[in-house]
Design a protein around this ligand. Structure first.
Ligand SMILES: Cc1cc2nc3c(=O)[nH]c(=O)nc-3n(C[C@H](O)[C@H](O)[C@H](O)COP(=O)(O)OP(=O)(O)OC[C@H]3O[C@@H](n4cnc5c(N)ncnc54)[C@H](O)[C@@H]3O)c2cc1C
Length: 500
């Protein structure tokens, strides 16, 4: 008996077995649980979640104004209609997810306050052994599973990313990362500087501007934004016609996805025209005298980074009111009273918010082993951004950046359920993605092509991520419009899947 088997035997009584273990109860994990109950009825499963409740991103982030920048018709699941305004607050998203859990009896499958620490695959037993720590009692708990469905997202929830700037420690005010927004933070009549101009900054600034003395968005370089009404015409029309909400959801999804496909194509085929569309919408709010060239005109082609949606132009209205402003410059150092910029200007601040992004975590900070050998995901090649060469019976949900994340949650779930049913029918206990003979000379590239998409947290963490090939099977191409047809057509008999 090897050491692992001894440990397992010693704790056999306390080990629970499930057909599937799902990591995380965010939008991906709850979606996975729903699809398992519908498409693989009878499969036993458990969802293990570190936090005290469901929601993931929407529970972790509690800064003022936290909201989606995708519409909820497509960020919501395809199976549950979204019936309110398309851009939703975190509270509304949590309430929607709560309904999904309640309506489908998923609650009894979720174990909260369970942080998974390790996952070890044994080919002898064709099982994952998954160890977790209860965050309330520090008790170690153990599960075995035939299949591991990783829905733990892509960033570390415990802490956001804050760069090291010179003399940060000298600043006398508070430095806050939006991922750990302190409940007691009083910004009333205070001078606030928000570093960064991504979706978080663009959401936070209009939410706090009116209460602060002034809020400055300090950016090294500009970001593209889309703006418009927080409403979707076709949904409003169908609702006025008293069409059933299920139909409204489906038709509105199709319309949104059609429009997004047209715009995405335009960013590749006519980038200058796409850029003009985006910038003229900003100018409509800020007027011809505002320096849009400096503050809102990025150097990159639209869609190489996520384009945040600004409902009703609220960020621009904050700027027009004089309560908010944008500074495009670089930080030289922090001072006791604010920030000295490379241009020599200073920004006075009582509070500095570092809206500077995430720490990428590809594996939920779990230790992985395959047959006793530590697994480094960076040594694997991804099968369509969800499975990995040499890693049996495991799928990771990594959604879209140019379209709503959840579109891929539903697509991956259909695939996993089809795979599980196929394995049941054929009696296979193990499926491992492997490069086929025709793939052996394929160039191996970083997870994502920086020419295609290059947000900072991806660039910082690229070395941690699996490799990509140059064929559709061996990459996550971020293209919902291709994958919506390709995924249902995946041939489970393809030699990329090795069954035992
Ligand atoms: C502020 C913000 C706004 C966003 N807005 C949008 C948007 O509008 N549209 C869009 O498409 N995308 C958006 N995103 C991206 C967003 O993260 C995803 O869309 C989506 O919410 C991710 O869902 P998820 O369930 O895959 O992961 P997460 O939401 O990250 O949830 C993962 C869950 O897994 C748990 N977990 C992690 N590790 C472990 C472990 N070891 N053991 C047990 N549990 C673990 C975590 O506690 C968490 O609850 C946004 C991201 C942020 C940060």
């Amino acid at each position: 008996m090897n050491v692992q088997q001894q440990i397992r035997a010693a704790s056999a009584d306390s080990t629970e077995h499930f057909g599937v273990v799902i990591a995380g109860a965010g939008i991906s994990g709850v979606g996975a649980a729903y699809h398992l109950t519908k498409q693989c009825p009878g499969t036993s499963f458990v969802v293990l979640e570190t936090q005290a409740s469901f929601g993931g991103t929407w529970r972790t982030h509690r800064y003022p104004g936290i909201r989606s920048d995708s519409d909820l018709h497509t960020f919501g699941y395809r199976f549950k209609p979204w019936t309110s305004a398309p851009i939703a607050t975190a509270a509304e998203i949590l309430s929607y997810m709560g309904e999904v859990i309640e309506e489908n009896g998923l609650g009894r499958h979720i174990r909260y306050r369970h942080r998974i620490s390790s996952a070890r695959w044994s080919s002898e037993e064709n099982l994952w052994t998954i160890e977790a720590v209860r965050t309330d009692s520090s008790e170690a708990v153990r599960f075995t599973a035939n299949f591991f469905w990783m829905c733990q997202g892509y960033y570390r929830h415990a802490e956001g990313y804050t760069p090291e700037w010179k003399a940060m420690e000298t600043f006398k005010g508070r430095i806050v990362h939006p991922q750990q927004w302190p409940e007691d933070l009083d910004y009333k009549d205070k001078k606030v500087v928000v570093i960064g101009s991504g979706a978080t900054a663009a959401t936070l600034i209009p939410a706090i501007a009116k209460d602060t003395a002034h809020v400055t968005m300090l950016q090294r370089s500009p970001t593209y934004f889309r703006t418009g009404r927080n409403a979707i015409d076709i949904a409003e029309t169908l609702r006025a016609l008293q069409v059933d909400e299920t139909w409204i959801h489906e038709i509105t999804r199709r319309k949104i996805l059609y429009d997004q496909a047209v715009f995405t194509r335009k960013t590749f085929e006519e980038p200058e025209a796409a850029k003009k569309d985006l910038l003229s919408a900003v100018e409509a709010y800020l007027g011809p005298d505002y320096d849009i060239a400096t503050h809102f005109t990025p150097k990159y082609r639209p869609w190489r980074q996520r384009i945040a949606f600004i409902p009703d132009g609220d960020l621009f209205q904050g700027i027009n009111s004089g309560k908010a402003s944008v500074v495009t410059d670089e930080i030289d150092r922090f001072t006791e009273t604010g920030i000295l910029l490379k241009s020599g200007k200073t920004l006075e601040a009582d509070i500095i918010v570092t809206a500077t992004g995430f720490n990428l975590s590809a594996n939920g900070d779990m230790e992985f082993c395959i047959d006793g050998k530590p697994l480094d995901f960076a040594d694997t090649v991804t099968y369509r951004g969800m499975m990995f060469t040499g890693v049996p019976n495991l799928v990771w949900v990594f959604g879209y950046f140019r379209a709503s994340w959840t579109l891929r949650v539903d697509l991956v779930a259909d695939f996993v359920c089809r795979l599980l049913n196929h394995m049941k029918e054929t009696g296979a206990k193990k499926v491992t993605p492997a490069l086929r003979a025709e793939d052996h000379n394929m160039p191996l590239l970083p997870w994502i092509d920086p020419e295609n998409f290059n947000p900072g947290y991806m660039m910082r963490g690229m070395h941690l991520l699996p490799k990509r090939g140059d064929k559709p099977e061996w990459q996550h191409n971020q293209d919902y419009w291709a994958e919506k047809d390709e995924f249902p057509a995946i041939d489970l008999g393809d030699r990329a899947f090795v069954y035992e």
